[in-house]
Design a protein around this ligand. Sequence first.
Ligand code: ADP
Length: 267
Amino acid sequence: FRNRKLIVQIIPFENRRQILVTHDATETERIEMMRRDFIANASHELRTPLTVIVGFLEIAGTELDLDAPTRAAHVKLMTEQAHRMQHLIEDMLTLSRLESVDYPLRPERVDIEKLMEQVLRDARALSAGKHTITLAVSGPDVLGGFEELHSAFGNLASNAVRYTPAGGSIHLLWQDGAGGPQFIVQDTGIGISPEHISRLTERFYRVDKSRSRETQGTGLGLAIVKHVLLRHGGTLTIKSEAGKGSSFIVNLPKSVTTPVGGELLPQ
Ligand code: ADP
């Protein structure tokens, strides 16, 4: 029973006898701890940009003779921080919807060609010409949630852009693997040391907080990816080497495959 939290109750039973009831509360305790951590982290993440906004608003209220360029610079900084809060709240709402039983996945036929084109377009827009980004699509369409898969694949592609220095390359690949369809994002970016890999899908876990923030990261992207994949019966494998680059490999089960041009028939 080492490292477990047991609740023990002794209940009197008939004359002089007692019943010993034990309840293993380790899991409940772990979930409760995760919930507390999440609230603490989320509050901290929201408080930081809000402090900046409040600071500039106070200046605006007291220093009434600020020149126009200074005022414009303050408004720009406040707008950036407000957008940061907006992204964070959107990601938190997405995560809570993905976990909610009131929001079950309603599988529909996902046009992979269209989905991949959108992921490519968004990644290129984010990169603004600083990277070489290529796409190869050879796998089948699938049954699933278009918007959910779009957000999962889009997060992986945008991470590749955000963690790859200018001049690097990113390859997006959709293919039919032996176990089912696969989406792979390969980058030649900063990479990740092995000790971090297993923790990356935890909410707010970041290898380098400042780099994540500088590039508009909320720290929730890979947690969203994990939950979307859970709902689709898929898995995420991360292969990486610090300084060399990373591959994020999504494996979806064969059962999500639909025959090309055919009806919605899970295999
Ligand atoms: P963030 O908003 O911080 O990017 P994510 O949940 O998307 O949050 O990713 C968690 C962390 O994983 C990032 O902060 C970063 O340290 C690491 N990471 C994710 N993708 C990559 C990548 N392609 N290359 C290097 N590190 C990455």
